[in-house]
Design a protein around this ligand. Sequence first.
Ligand code: EPZ
Length: 415
Amino acid sequence: MQKITIHGGQKLSGTITISGAKNSAVALIPASVLCDEQTTIFNVPNISDTDALKEILSYLNAKIVQEKDTMVIDSSNIINKEIPESISKKLRASYYFMGALLGKYKKVSMYFPGGCPIGERPINLHLKAFEMLGAKVTNEGNKYTVEAEELKGTEIYLDFASVGATINIILAAVKATGVTTIENAAKEPEIVNVATFLNNMGAKITGAGTSKIKIKGVKKLHSCVHEVIPDRIEAGTYMIAGALLGENLKIANVIPEHVEALTSKLKDIGVDIKEGTDYFIINKVNKLKSTNIKTLIYPGFPTDLQQPITTLLTQCEGKSKIKETIWENRFLNTEYLNLMGAKIETKNDTAVISGPTPLKGCEVKATDLRAGACLVLAGLIAEGITTITNVEHILRGYDQIIQKLTNVGAKIELN
Ligand code: EPZ
């Protein structure tokens, strides 16, 4: 099993360039199945999640050519067969093949998706929406078969503004008969990125990025090229690294609007942050103030930055409070931060962090993707050496994290 080793205390100076968004790429790649010709996607991040999705595409007989961060996918000869559990459980986003294959072939058979152990992660909203579009859902154990004589546009109200369900409904509805409306849709930027990709193919989607999305079914989707937006969660993670250790640390290739909730919190804490058109320059300051954070759907504070910012809060004067409203099990990182010297108490959906506390390097475990990112940040500021195990969680979602941090002065290795 690979480990990450970090010698803490190194200042971070120079430029980190942000890659394409994981949570957009993992939807765009399955969405390419809907096209009847070839699609080209630029700025695809080099992470194991995209590798797993390529494996599923190849299994379905799609032709993929990847040159660095450009992926060319030809879905014209796909064979729509059952996707085995061995590959569908590798990541949560494999469930986008449900919407895409149902949308194109009116049938899909696959297993319950994988993903980080941050909660029960049901897919009831996805399946209910498929049924509302006219599909029949059957499941044996955790194998799901969804099929329809015809997919007919309808009005769907989401009980929760689910990112995955919003995208999966769009994928299933783009070739349905008539108009589908999604009320209480998620508004994340990744949804806009997917809708734009499909519209570039000839789909008729309006309202993406708002809570009401309309999809008018079309017969054919033609070839197109598209680009993955910058990863706002990767950007936020490195912005927090800058707040901890930055000496003119530049975070380049970002869309500032996508990280507004974080930028506002960093300013509340007293971080020295300068914003450019597509970059931030961040400097560590000596005195950081505690603050309170409540995770919310976009554009609120993103749950995916809750664990990374916890490391920063351990360095803030006083008591900070985090309320995690999206996932029921997203404090697994706090046990390891406390092992390093933090003072964090958690109860149900709330964590209270007392600071500042010096952190000391030791062996810790990445329990999930963003918990792993939190521990990398902790290792960067800890005294001595921090060793992180289960690093496959981290490599799933952070493109070239070792190289990017080494380039700005961190002493970090993967071995
Ligand atoms: C996406 O997960 C992201 N993953 C998650 O990022 C992110 O935390 C989450 O959105 C919220 O922003 C990808 O995009 C691949 P949801 P998703 O459906 O779509 C409940 C990361 O670190 N729910 O918006 O699975 C669910 O239990 C990952 O990059 C249902 O109840 O999230 C949760 O409480 C982690 N039934 C809430 O909605 C459903 O059918 C949010 O889930 C679906 C969801």
